[in-house]
Design a protein around this ligand. Structure first.
Ligand code: G6P
Length: 484
């Protein structure tokens, strides 16, 4: 059978494929695996269930045939340069992203961007419909593809459709700004099951459905009025509830146990000048992450002499992200200005206040950094989950280290033994940093043990299995039993 006519019983749809196409100017193109948590979670399910993955290869104006990679059938969806600008950078990342993150930055509303979003969502839906077997399970991911569930249902009513929103879903007072608020809700309601990170996100969604569409939404069930097969009015139930995502805990633990990784952690501390306190921030360079707030708090602690640059340092890894979007360009300038100022004002020879890196690192290096750091600072102003918080905890197999965690990150619902902070309250943040610096070893250990227990018991496999269990249960007469 030619690869293009093969059909699959389980189909994942996300904006990005789990591989990126790399095309150097002089040289051969290649596929590079992207190391995201979603791949780790879904890959074993795909391999066990004859799965296909539909997504964009991360490069404009290129058409690629479907191909196999690590036992998974990958179906690339092409985007033109204009669609990357309008659907991806525009509507997804300059309209929906700021709106769904509580308008930390003002969202931009452009009708052409919306039109592109509709067209591209239809292309993803068509590609998924083309590879799905009769009665297949299709799992659609994230805010870039919110219209896909309804588009799929129209084309393929036999499918069982799940959707997972990886980012927050805002309160109705904010959501209602969106000129296309009804279309998006109707798009999502094409799914049988809609998953969110926090209970509050699912609640916000249910409220939006009631207020905007007038449908009944009680508990976790939304009642969508439809026409039955005989044309008579009928009700279709859609489940909307939370399934907090997690990480590949065992993978992080394995790395943390490796002698070379431990040696690298010791080397990092040494290269930083063997300070008493190493603090760490690891984020995509995004305005939702509160990187500036963290640096402000740290700078003030140095200024007030509560911390001394000769024995306290901050390492900030900021991985490049969405670099053509204006708000991200401005943010980079602001952060780099702040780093320069803090280092200029408080650094000493051989003792840099902030070590700042604008690149991404392989997982081994990240785990070494986690092990080298006494305090992990997660100060997001709004975040769907924040997997870095969980990665830090999973890596601390020595039961040491303190997690300072924003209450506005989804992870705060689960990681209650962290030092929870409000990043807007700079004095509160400074006090929490000092409490972390001064925390006795016994308390660090008790807290880290409790955090590790939670993360180990709720890893990413459990997340995908619980979502897929509920999803395959909604149409028991049709949906295949997935091996999870
Ligand atoms: C967030 C989103 C993902 C997205 C990732 C990286 O985690 O929830 O959907 O893939 O950021 O952003 P990018 O725009 O590079 O895909």
């Amino acid at each position: 059978m030619s690869p293009s006519s093969r059909k699959f019983g389980f189909v994942v749809v996300s904006n990005r494929l789990p591989v990126d196409r790399i095309e150097p100017e002089n040289g051969e193109g290649s596929w590079q695996r992207s190391p995201g948590g979603l791949v780790t979670a879904v890959e074993p399910v795909m391999q066990a269930n004859d799965g296909a993955w539909v997504g964009w290869p991360g490069i404009a104006d290129r058409e690629y045939d479907a191909f196999e990679s690590d036992g998974v059938h990958l179906v690339p969806v092409a985007l033109s340069e204009a669609e990357v600008a309008d659907y991806y950078e525009g509507f997804s990342n300059d309209t929906l992203w700021p709106l769904y993150h509580d308008v930390i930055m003002p969202p931009t509303y452009h009708r052409e961007w919306w039109e592109s979003y509709v067209r591209v969502n239809q292309r993803f839906a068509d590609a998924a419909a083309a590879v799905a077997k009769k009665n297949a399970i299709v799992w659609v991911h994230d805010y870039q593809l919110q219209l896909v569930p309804a588009m799929l249902r129209t084309k393929r009513p036999d499918l069982t459709i799940g959707f997972f929103n990886h980012i927050p879903f805002p309160a109705y007072g904010i959501y209602s700004q969106l000129p296309w608020r009804k279309q998006i809700l109707n798009g999502l309601l094409g799914a049988d099951l809609i998953g969110f990170q926090r209970g509050a996100d699912a609640g916000n969604f249910a409220r939006a459905v009631r207020r905007s569409l007038g449908y009944s939404a009680k508990g976790t069930v939304v009642e969508v009025p439809e026409k039955g097969p005989d044309g008579a009015p009928a009700i279709r139930s859609v489940i909307a509830r939370h399934f907090p995502i997690s990480i590949d805990v065992a993978g992080y633990e394995e790395l943390a146990e490796r002698e070379d990784v431990k040696a690298r952690a010791a080397e990092i501390r040494h290269e930083l000048g063997d300070p008493d306190v190493v603090m760490l921030g690891v984020d995509r360079l995004d305005y939702t992450k509160g990187i500036g707030h963290r640096m402000k708090a740290f700078g003030e602690l140095l200024e007030e002499g509560r911390l001394d640059v000769r024995n306290a340092t901050l390492v900030q890894v900021a991985s490049p992200s969405r670099e053509r979007v204006e708000t991200y360009k401005t943010l980079r300038d602001e952060i780099e200005l702040t780093v320069g100022r803090v280092n200029g004002d408080f650094g000493a020879i051989g003792h840099q206040a902030i070590s700042y890196f604008h690149h991404s690192y392989p997982r081994e290096e990240m785990v070494a950094l986690f092990l080298a750091s006494d305090i992990m600072l997660v100060t997001a102003l709004r975040d769907g989950m924040n997997l870095v918080a969980k990665e830090y905890v999973a890596s601390r197999i020595d039961d040491d280290g303190v997690l300072v965690l924003s209450e506005f990150a989804g992870a705060a619902d689960e990681l209650k033994s962290a030092l929870l902070i409000n990043p807007h309250d700079i004095d509160g943040l400074k006090d929490a940093i000092m409490a972390a610096v001064e925390m006795p070893q016994r308390e660090r250990q008790t807290r880290m043990r409790a955090l590790r227990k939670r993360v180990r018991e709720h890893d990413v496999e459990r997340w995908s299995a619980s979502f897929l269990d509920v999803l395959s249960g909604v149409n028991p007469d049709r949906a295949p039993d997935l091996e999870t």
